[in-house]
Design a protein around this ligand. Structure first.
Ligand code: THU
Length: 138
């Protein structure tokens, strides 16, 4: 697993925070932003998009993945995620189970890095394997 530079981690967290400002979250008021890094160094961003019927809501991580995959991307290195009220960074924000499963479709589990940071500036990095052990595969 190749380590990301501190500069790249800061860039991804910054873009994720920018995406909190685009979040459509009138029901939970919890804004999440994500920035997905491809193996070739391109960055795709996403925010959560809620819906009055609740279940059609989409998480920030899946928005970023679906934007990237729909543009032909298949090789991913890392994703940064931040979330909180008032469109600010709050507690550490780890991906939900559904998003972890979507990641497992497209990412090498030993390699792919999930990065989150809280308002105090603590950064936590986990591999997909750590967050989704013994995952379902066909
Ligand atoms: N949410 C995300 O976008 N990503 C996560 O990792 C956790 C939850 C969204 C879904 C919903 O719009 C809001 O946060 C509150 O659950």
């Amino acid at each position: 697993m190749t380590e990301l530079s501190g500069e790249m981690i800061d860039t991804l967290i910054g873009k994720a925070h920018d995406m909190q400002q685009k979040s459509y979250c009138p029901y939970s008021h919890f804004a999440v932003g994500a920035a997905l890094l491809t193996a070739e160094g391109r960055i795709y961003t996403g925010c959560n998009i809620e819906n009055a019927a609740y279940s059609p809501s989409n998480c920030a991580e899946r928005t970023a993945f679906f934007k990237a995959v729909s543009e032909g991307e298949r090789d991913f290195r890392a994703i940064a995620i931040v979330g909180g009220k008032n469109r600010e960074i709050g507690e550490l924000c780890f991906p939900c189970g559904v998003c972890r499963q979507v990641m497992s479709e497209f990412c090498r589990r030993d390699d792919f890095q999930i990065i989150t940071r809280n308002s105090a500036g603590t950064t936590v990095i986990r591999t997909l394997k750590e967050l989704l052990p013994d995952s379902f595969e066909l």
